[in-house]
Write a protein that binds this ligand. Structure first.
Ligand code: PMP
Length: 394
């Protein structure tokens, strides 16, 4: 037998995915303006970005980015530990630490890299890593990359998590959870998980990609909203590309955690620091996210309006009070059809299908933003009503 060839195998897998009508498609956006996007010459009202506070096109962010680019150029030129760490990065790290009530913060170029880096720095082979089944892919990948023993508990099931931790009390243990689940929009049982971790001498890590900016008094996130601090959640990670409208991520925690990550997190050490102008724009975004409380209030009003309307229509809402308001349709093809029909009516709502979500749990992942108006939500509800989704089998 000749050696099998990798690209041939990949082509077969790709063809299989297409045959199952589960292939992912790339769309080019030719213009973005608040909740409006242009694609294939069509202007669409988007309900699928993570720009929850409507900051991505804010004139102050754009001005901050331009000003810093004028002063410092575009690329950082190298990794943080070589000579890429500029005063804009240092200032942003200080701002993020202060906002989240942590001693220090460390920037990463993306959330995916932050989670891989934390896991790989903290965990060694055969350590125990306990995770919610619905955690974001990069938390799961990080544990596997580190060679840890990965145990996944059923969604939000604290008793199951406890059993998994107690199944092996001899090893180091990390329990990692999303703060707000990216495809469901619900919030992790953070207080119960913190109590469990304290009891079991496990370290708790929260990925608050979808909570930062949205939850908590000044938007400092799901952990603060739950009344928890650094002692309860020693490892806090969040992204800068969602509610903050920029790009990148950070980990916040004790000086000891940050010092350790700087020594051992390979996705921090061996990669180019984010453009300093982006760090400057992000600092401006944090100030707006904290100060302009009307953005959170408006978003909350829109979420309530959407849920009220969807309930009246009998739509398959999920138990979420965040900006992520999925409609669980179940069948992948039907979900794709629904998404296409909405698009023909000028609305961009993406179908999320397996393997991103479990089999039989395809959904329209609707996200709301402070950039939307009430009339936009009403228009979405009207279009959803015409789809007769209430009759969809789940
Ligand atoms: N964690 C969660 C919960 C996410 O939803 C995402 C992105 N969708 C990430 C991490 C990765 O962040 P980034 O896009 O910055 O890589």
């Amino acid at each position: 037998m000749p050696r099998p060839e990798l690209l041939e195998r990949l082509a077969v897998q790709t063809a299989e995915r297409a045959q199952a009508q589960l292939q992912r498609r790339l769309r080019t956006i030719t213009q973005a303006d608040g909740p409006w996007v242009e694609s294939n010459g069509q202007r669409l009202l988007a309900f699928c970005t993570n720009d929850y506070l409507g900051l991505a096109q804010h004139p102050k962010l754009i001005a901050a980015l331009k000003e810093a680019a004028d002063a410092d150029g575009v690329g950082s030129g190298s990794a943080h530990l070589i000579c890429g760490h500029r005063r804009e990065h240092a200032a942003l790290e200080e701002t993020l630490a202060e906002w989240t009530g942590r001693e220090r913060a460390l920037l990463f170029s993306t959330g995916y890299m932050a989670n891989l880096g934390v896991m790989q720095a903290l965990l060694q082979r055969d350590d125990l890593c306990v995770q919610d089944k619905l955690n974001h892919a990069c938390l799961l990948d990080g544990a596997q990359l580190a060679g840890a023993t990965l145990r996944r508990y059923p969604h939000a099931d604290v008793d199951a998590a406890a059993r998994q931790l107690r199944s092996n009390t001899d090893t180091y243990a990390l329990l990692a959870t999303d703060g707000v689940f990216s495809m469901d929009g619900d919030i992790a049982p953070l207080r119960e998980l913190a109590a469990l971790c304290a009891n079991e001498r496990a370290t708790l890590m929260v990925d608050d990609a979808h909570g930062l900016g949205i939850l908590g008094d000044d938007g400092s996130g799901s952990v603060a909203e739950a009344g928890l601090g650094e002692r309860d959640v020693p490892v806090l990670m969040a992204t800068l590309g969602k509610a903050l409208g920029c790009s990148g991520a950070f980990v916040a925690g004790s000086a000891a955690l940050i010092d350790g990550l700087m020594q051992f997190a390979r996705t921090y050490i061996y990669t180019t620091a984010m453009p300093p102008a982006l760090a400057a724009a992000t600092r401006c975004a944090v100030a707006l996210a904290r100060g302009e409380t009307w953005r959170r209030e408006k978003l909350t009003g829109l979420i309530q309006r959407f849920r009220r309307g969807a309930t009246e229509l009998g739509l398959p809402l999920m138990p979420s009070r965040t900006a992520i308001q999925p409609l669980l349709l179940g069948d992948a093809r039907r979900t794709l059809e629904a998404s296409k029909t909405l698009e023909s009516q000028g609305l961009l709502v993406v179908a999320i299908r397996p393997p991103t979500v479990p089999q039989g749990q395809a959904r329209l992942r609707i996200t709301l933003s402070a950039a939307h108006e009430e009339a936009h939500v009403d228009r979405l509800l009207e279009a959803l009503a015409s789809l007769r989704l209430a009759d969809a089998p789940v």
